[in-house]
Design a protein around this ligand. Structure first.
Ligand code: SMG
Ligand code: MG
Length: 367
């Protein structure tokens, strides 16, 4: 397979409601899509960067720049024929994993479409459908949050994740438990606490949460290991896990007893599978994280979430959780589950008219 070039496309997608976390509020997504054009087929990759470097050091304009300035020229020079070589070719360039992931996913999708194989089959899927979790942002008031959570439970979501930060944590979890009983419940702090908050975070223990996600700084893996000695709620790392290597170290240190796997954060679906394999070998459950993806990224996440070690519901929601109009046929939940796509590659393609309408910029970068 010969890669002829990459189209970099920006798509503006308004959210159905603002999504507030400890690092800011998103009201729309400015999504960077990569379309790999090859002599055999085309493939899509979604770059999960945010516009600002507030979740991770990457940001969308930076991803475009690093792709054009370094990654695509390096791929052109190496003459890559398939997706598995991309990681090695881009290895001399440090980090920028979300940008690398988008390129690798686009080429992998093209390759799989050409061969008529699905992402799910390629990655090692063992389920036809997966249970859906939903991530619920920080809100103006507890009654407003309870309304939102009630609505998601009515829709059938199998697990609720509450975003927390200092001042919006213990009383919020208590209110949700009191109102909704023993639903599957977990919290995500997006690095909003320090080890000094250990006693405070231990106040979450009586609420029988599945896990607390990334309470401390991305680089404070040791701090999480210390925290795990004080807090009974299982600690789950998100931001800190950037590769199979960091995952192995965090497991060894006792810093994480569950792992959130986000393909973009770790450099792609192939590295995501390696982390799944490693965690499973250590008896560590994993689940698939989300970055407010369009239908393209969602399709790939569903394939990943159907691997055997993904034993907890992921942040894999229906299209309607975030978007009135998705760029693919919408993913619609049935009995709290989404079907894993089975068609070639991602199994979905953008609806041309919708894609065109939402596109704000397109650039062609030849290889
Ligand atoms: O796609 O359902 C989704 C979003 C899930 O909460 C979610 N993601 O830290 O896990 C996380 C956040 C990161 C993105 S927030 C803009
Ligand atoms: Mg998280």
């Amino acid at each position: 397979m010969k890669v002829e070039g990459f189209e970099l496309r920006r798509v503006a997608m308004p959210l159905v409601s603002p999504f507030r976390t400890s690092f800011g509020t998103q009201t729309a997504r400015d999504i960077l899509l990569v379309r790999a054009v090859t002599d055999a087929a085309e493939g899509w990759g979604e770059c999960v960067t945010l516009p600002d470097p507030v979740y991770s050091p990457e940001y969308t304009d930076g991803a475009v720049d690093v792709m054009k300035r370094f990654f695509i020229p390096a791929l052109a020079a190496a003459g890559i024929a398939d997706a598995t070589s991309i990681g090695e070719v881009l290895k001399p360039f440090k980090a920028h994993r979300m940008a690398k992931a988008a390129l690798e996913t686009a080429v992998l999708d093209a390759e799989l479409r050409a061969e008529g194989r699905s992402f799910a089959r390629e990655l090692g899927s063992v389920h036809d459908s997966v249970p859906c979790g939903v991530s619920v942002g920080i809100m103006e008031s507890v009654p407003q949050l309870l309304d939102a959570v009630g609505g998601y439970l009515d829709e059938g979501y199998a697990r609720i994740k509450l975003k927390i930060e200092p001042g919006w944590d213990i009383q919020v979890v208590r209110a949700v438990r009191e109102r909704f009983g023993d639903v599957l419940l977990q919290v995500d702090a997006n690095t909003a606490y320090t080890l000094g908050d250990a006693r405070h975070l231990a106040k979450l223990d009586p609420f029988d949460l599945l896990l607390i996600e990334q309470p401390l700084e991305e680089e404070d893996v040791l701090g999480h290991a210390e925290l795990a000695k004080v807090v009974k709620t299982p600690i789950c790392l998100d931001e800190s896990i950037t590769s199979a290597q960091t995952a192995a170290a965090a497991i060894r240190l006792g810093a994480t007893s569950v792992i959130n796997i986000k393909p973009g954060r770790v450099g792609g679906y192939l590295e995501a599978r390696r982390i799944h394999d490693l965690a499973t070998a250590h008896g560590i459950p994993v689940w698939c994280g989300g970055m407010i993806e369009s239908g393209l990224g969602r399709a790939a996440n569903l394939a990943l979430a159907s691997l055997p070690g993904f034993t907890l519901p992921g942040d894999v929601s229906a299209s309607g959780r975030f978007y009135e109009t998705d760029i693919t046929e919408p993913f619609v939940m049935r009995d709290g589950r989404l079907d894993v796509p089975t068609g070639p590659g991602l199994g979905v393609t953008p609806v041309a008219a919708i894609l065109d309408e939402l596109t704000t910029a397109v650039e062609w970068v030849p290889v």
